[in-house]
Design a protein. Structure first.
Length: 358
């Protein structure tokens, strides 16, 4: 076994504290990755807080992982020692169902194996999976991404969840020239969505619950910035948008936003609040509107997104933090006070000797 150290929540709603654990020795198709950077996604916070139901503890969160391959199994062909790689939200899936065969492993009928807060698929021992707030991870090469050399690795880390979560619906619902796209919530997901939507040529509008980020939004290619506490925007923009993507982490009155969709417009829900949302039928039927959902992206599409971001010079705006500051970072994310993603500087701040935390 490989000794690993990291930070874990020992129980629901607990602060994260140093934690040592083991990972499997690499199997034939595994790569061992020495983690350099790990993004902090709001999903980490929901899960540490049992927000989506009962989580498994101790929990080492983190599914926006970038690092360097330090060891490979005997049959690995896709990666070699020294390669810069990434790991996102899932590390395995059934590989046989319809979605898996289409490269949409996140929709695996049997359930994808999540990077943390899940159990390993292949060892039959219910070994808990543990994420990227740690110094090493062992993953099957088929679930590992290649990080282009010209992308800065710390700013690339959040692309592995935030980036793909917006790229996938923007592509699926064909955002592009002539399309009016609104993104609700200008946080980790929202800011990278704005950059991608701008890069494909769409008109981009942000809905934000304060004016704090208005100036920065312009620099990211945002065409219009609407402050949602100003009720006039909900009157003036009725029937305007072709596509709205809701990234907000808390419950909103979606009916107000649905009315801003044009004929046949779609709202895609990607934010995952902890309580249910009520939708009035009239918000949908009046303009043949749709409401849909989308989860991250498959391995193939995530690799495509990384190449797209590299080509268009897109990366996340980040605040790099030492792992010791993770609990403060969580508080600031909950208060929408991050520009725009915290990334943990794992390699430079997590001090382990013989992989035991110092
Ligand atoms: P984040 O950085 O905290 O961004 C969420 C944004 O929502 C905030 O920046 C804020 O934007 C807005 N917001 C927060 N609290 C609000 C409030 N009380 N009232 C109104 N607006 C509020 O979080 P994130 O990492 O982008 O994740 C967003 C959500 O997506 C989370 O629920 C996460 O679990 C989920 N998620 C889903 C997927 C998927 O595959 N579907 C993947 C990753 C994450 P403004 O300040 O601009 O208003
Ligand atoms: Zn995430
Ligand atoms: Zn499957």
């Amino acid at each position: 076994m490989i000794q690993v150290c990291g930070y874990a929540a020992q129980q629901a709603k607990a602060s994260l504290t140093p934690y040592s654990f083991t990972r499997r020795d690499p199997r034939e198709h595994d790569v061992v990755i020495d983690i350099q950077y790990s993004g902090i996604c709001h999903s980490d916070i929901h899960q540490v807080n049992d927000g989506w139901g009962t989580s498994a503890y101790p929990m080492v969160p983190g599914h926006e992982i970038v690092g360097v391959v330090s060891q490979v199994g005997q049959k690995v062909t896709r990666y070699k020692v020294g390669d810069r790689t990434g790991v996102g939200n899932f590390i395995d899936s059934c590989r046989k169902c319809g979605p898996c065969l289409k490269g949409l492993e996140q929709y695996c009928v049997k359930g994808a194996t999540w990077t943390y807060n899940a159990v390993e698929r292949q060892d039959g021992k219910s070994t808990p999976t543990q994420g990227g707030y740690s110094n090493k991870i062992v993953v099957d090469e088929n679930y590992v991404l290649s990080i282009p050399d010209t992308l800065s690795p710390d700013r690339a880390a959040p692309l592995l969840c935030a980036g793909i979560t917006l790229y996938s619906p923007l592509m699926h619902w064909r955002a592009g020239p002539g399309k009016k796209v609104a993104i609700i919530g200008f946080g980790g997901l929202g800011h990278i969505g704005a950059k991608i939507a701008h890069a494909v040529g769409a008109e981009v509008t942000i809905f934000s619950h304060s004016s704090n980020k208005q100036e920065e939004a312009k620099k990211m290619g945002v065409d219009n910035f609407c402050i949602t506490t100003e009720q006039t925007v909900f009157k003036e923009l009725k029937g305007y948008f072709d596509l709205m993507i809701n990234t907000v982490s808390v419950e909103l009155n979606l009916n107000k936003y649905l009315k801003l969709l044009a004929l046949d417009g779609t709202m895609v829900v990607v934010g995952l609040p902890e309580n249910e949302i009520r939708i009035g039928p009239f918000s949908l039927v009046n303009a043949r509107r749709s409401i849909a959902g989308s989860a991250i992206g498959g391995i193939r599409e995530t690799q495509e997104m990384l190449e797209f971001c590299n080509k268009h010079n897109i990366a996340c705006d980040i605040e790099l933090v030492p792992i010791q500051k993770v609990n403060e970072a969580y508080e600031r994310v909950v208060n929408s006070d991050v520009r725009y993603r915290f990334v943990i500087d794992v390699a430079n701040s997590l001090k382990c000797k013989d992989n035991i935390q110092l």
